[in-house]
Ligand binder design. Structure first.
Ligand code: ARG
Length: 564
């Protein structure tokens, strides 16, 4: 059910019939109950165009809407606001559809093939908190697109190529039989390799030679490199598994995969006159940018951008993507702007291919500084995840008693869910302040609050007898509003889709569950004295709420619990 979109199209015809053709017709959800359910504020802007008083315009529009049975009340307020209240009966009739496993949400009319590039850690470093954000946000975006019907191709564009790998291979060689053991602590391995590189000239030379050997396809060097990449990927996969994100080896297509295409990419850009030589390097210049994009260094080496251009070409031309989303740190904005522009002008992507940088801010600690360990090092993701589960365990065991096995399971679902939810619940473009206490609060915009509500509804439904799937009858305004909120899920998901903004879903969840809690306090379901019809209607409301929670949380990659 797309209530908002339905209103938008009704409004559009009303506007057309009074001679107004605004570019976009959008109603917003009313901010206060006294303003009805939705508001249209466009009359003010139309006043100039129609050379009429906005109040008069609003009244003309309102008179066209009044007869529509979607609305029970159409009201003009102030200088020309139109307040709309949705007909209760319409909501009663529509709610039944929300009882299915998709909570009544349909797929988009037009379904496309989308590539979502996310996580994409560098193999020459330990995965860090920046990759945690990319992994969590990216997985949600991919789930959302998939849920609405798109064919999603996940791509893990790992950094597995370039100068630093010469060094790591050299260290790998040097440690010989010990290499396997050494690799169990990747962080330490990187540090030691770097130290050797800085202090030992012979080692440094060897490292540089390894880079050349690697890029020219030397078998023995490649073999060592491969073992090293496999080890690092294994570490990443452990993280993906414990986070429950849907990335696996089949999604890995790292920088190295494009190695053989780079020469042609540069050639093509030169032939088209897009790349120019500057001090021996091949560069791309942009009118609106001071720094050029370098695609080949004077020594012949290729760069991050060259690989990204090859990757776009592959994704559009081979994979057939109509939309390509890059879930990457906001600090790479300039890089993507330049790469996208080049890809379009070179014809690697089509004019109408959507190339999007899904940017996100930094992860900060409570004092606003970049999130680090106490000694200033990078926080290991594995430890962060374990701590989330431990903390969840202590929060939930304070609330209730569980046997050991159940406690482990619940702690995992709640801990990982909280870690994800906290990240997803703020506008991704802002910096994200990491705060354990806030994240695991029982009350507020947290995973736990939603998971509790879900489990509570589940227990009500278990205690009740089967309810009948018949049109409910709402006994008060709160029930009408709860139904409306449930039916707004589809519009919410579609907006989150367009803008690639997961926090729109968490905002929705918070509003939905808060409303449900108020409803549940005020309108008992299983108490004696509630008549059968009322009870049935309330059970339908409860079940539909649970469905909307489950669908939303699943898109966010968060599990629900039947019991907490
Ligand atoms: N490996 C890069 C980093 O850690 C992120 C790669 C993002 N994807 C891409 N196609 N550039 O910063």
């Amino acid at each position: 059910m797309q209530v908002k979109s339905k209103i938008n199209s009704i409004l559009e015809s009303a506007l057309n019939s009074i001679g107004a053709n605004p570019k976009e017709v959008i109603v917003s959800e009313a901010t206060k109950a006294e303003f009805g359910d939705f508001q249209y504020n466009g009359a003010m802007a139309l006043a100039k165009e129609l050379k009429q008083n906005p109040r008069k315009i609003a009244e003309d529009i309102a008179s066209k809407l009044e007869s529509n049975e979607l609305f029970s009340k159409v009201e003009v307020a102030g200088p020309g606001f139109i307040n709309l209240t949705i007909n209760r009966e319409f909501l009663e009739e529509s709610l039944i559809a929300s009882l299915d496993s998709r909570a009544g949400v349909g797929k988009k009319e037009e379904q496309i093939r989308v590539v979502v590039d996310y996580s994409s850690p560098n193999m020459a470093k330990q995965m860090h908190v920046g990759h945690l954000r990319s992994t969590i946000i990216g997985d949600t975006i991919a789930n959302l697109f998939e849920f609405l019907g798109d064919e999603v191709i996940r791509q893990n564009h790992i950094g597995d190529w370039g100068t630093q790998f010469g060094m790591l291979v050299a260290y790998f060689e040097e440690t010989g039989a010990n290499a396997d053991a050494k690799l169990s602590d990747l962080e330490q391995f990187y540090k030691e390799a770097k130290a050797r590189f800085d202090e030992n000239e012979e080692f440094a030379t060897k490292s540089r030679q390894n880079v050349v050997k690697l890029q020219s396809g030397d078998k023995a060097t490649l073999k060592l490199w491969k073992t090293f990449i496999e080890k690092s990927l294994h570490h990443a996969q452990d993280i993906y598994n414990s986070l429950g994100v849907k990335l696996d080896n089949s999604h890995v297509r790292g920088e190295s995969a494009y190695n053989d295409n780079l020469e042609n990419i540069v050639k093509e850009l030169e032939q088209r006159g897009i790349a120019k030589e500057s001090q021996g390097a091949k560069c791309l210049f942009f009118e609106d940018s001071e720094t050029p994009l370098i695609i080949q260094k004077a020594d012949g080496g290729y760069l991050y951008a060259t690989t990204d251009l090859a990757a776009i070409k592959f994704r559009v031309q081979e994979l057939g993507a109509k939309r390509v989303c890059y879930v990457v740190d906001a600090r790479q904005a300039e890089h993507f702007k330049q790469v996208f522009k080049t890809a379009k002008s070179a014809g690697f992507a089509n004019e109408d291919t959507l190339l999007e940088h899904i940017a996100f801010g930094m992860m900060l600690d409570k004092s606003g500084k970049p999130f680090k360990t106490r000694s200033g090092g990078t926080v290991k993701l594995k430890e962060l995840i374990d701590e989330a589960v431990d903390r969840a365990k202590s929060v939930i065991s304070r609330a209730s008693e569980y046997d050991e096995q159940e406690l482990e399971h619940i702690a995992k679902v709640v801990g990982i869910g909280s870690l994800k939810y906290a990240d997803l619940s703020i506008n991704r473009q802002s910096n994200y302040i990491f705060d354990w206490d806030k994240m695991l609060s029982l009350d507020g915009n947290t995973a736990l609050y939603m998971q509790y509500a879900y489990a509570r509804i589940n227990s009500i439904l278990n205690r009740a007898e089967e309810f009948k799937i018949v049109k409910p009858t709402f006994s008060d305004e709160l029930e009408r509003r709860l139904a409306l909120k449930i039916l707004n899920l589809e519009d919410t998901l579609n907006r989150a889709y367009k803008e690639a903004m997961p926090h729109l879903i968490t905002n929705y969840l918070y509003e939905l569950v808060s409303l449900f809690m108020r409803f549940y306090e005020q309108n008992p379901i299983l108490k004696e004295g509630v008549d059968e019809e009322q009870k049935n209607s309330r059970l339908i409301l409860a079940k539909a709420t649970a469905n909307a929670i489950k669908v939303s949380l699943n898109i966010l990659g968060i599990e629900v619990l039947e019991r907490i």
